[in-house]
Design a protein around this ligand. Structure first.
Ligand SMILES: [Zn+2]
Ligand SMILES: [Zn+2]
Length: 67
């Protein structure tokens, strides 16, 4: 892990840094605290939605915590 990394994209594994905008899935099952899905880009969220066959899912813009 890079020193400044906060999490990893659930799709491509790219690092999500502290204080960075990331994307979450609005489907409640995807936001369990134990294993939340987080995405580095809308494209990765799109891939997740296609993978899970979600209906009516929304992309939620979030900000990683500051260090
Ligand atoms: Zn990604
Ligand atoms: Zn989802």
């Amino acid at each position: 892990m890079e020193p400044n990394s906060w999490a990893r994209c659930s799709i491509c594994g790219k690092t999500i840094h502290y204080d960075q905008i990331y994307y979450a899935c609005s489907v409640s099952g995807c936001n369990r605290k134990s294993a939340p899905h987080r995405f580095c880009s809308v494209d990765c969220w799109d891939a997740h939605v296609a993978d899970r066959n979600h209906r009516n899912a929304e992309c939620v813009e979030e900000q990683a915590p500051a260090r």
